[in-house]
Design a protein around this ligand. Sequence first.
Ligand code: ATP
Ligand code: MG
Length: 184
Amino acid sequence: MRELSLHVLDALENSVEAGATSIELVIEERLKADTLEIVIRDNGRGMSPEFVRQVLNPFVTTRKTRHVGLGLPLFAAAARRCNGDLRVESEAGVGTTISATFQHSHIDRAPVGDMAGSVMAILLSDRPVDIRYRHTVDDRQFELDTAEVRKELGTVPLSHPDVRGWLQSVLTEGLADLRPPGLL
Ligand SMILES: Nc1ncnc2c1ncn2[C@@H]1O[C@H](COP(=O)(O)OP(=O)(O)OP(=O)(O)O)[C@@H](O)[C@H]1O
Ligand SMILES: [Mg+2]
């Protein structure tokens, strides 16, 4: 995929499909160590140990609409192409953690892409889910916790046009600030 944000969107969709009400997304870019790590942790229904063992196989899916599930295998292939890896840890009834690592400077590493768009897509979907998103580039940090935002809003939904616009700008501006001009 052309952007890491699309792999993240797919993993976030998996979490929502699994009934998660709370998702943690952590992205850590360490430029000196030359690593980029993405962790998606949810409180969804989880998977059995047997299922976890096979989940990176493209023919494993619980989808009803078609018979291949490509999200995680493609994400894993992207990481492995960049001297990294993807791990799946899951416990039935508890939740799932996906951790992907990449060599930051690898020629094949896709750009981070529109992470704000991926997060917004999930927040604006029909199912109520909170996302705690933390993104660091060396010692610069961005953090957004929609559970906190919801508390402040009371009965106003995240999908309210004003809230939606505000969330979008908090995300895009906050993420842009992680990268001073000239830093990739
Ligand atoms: N966070 C998760 N919690 C519980 N089960 C999951 C989670 N992520 C993936 N799975 C299970 O693993 C299967 C494979 O996921 P994968 O993303 O590879 O394919 P898919 O979602 O089925 O299809 P696609 O991503 O191609 O639309 C899913 O169908 C689901 O059963
Ligand atoms: Mg998927």
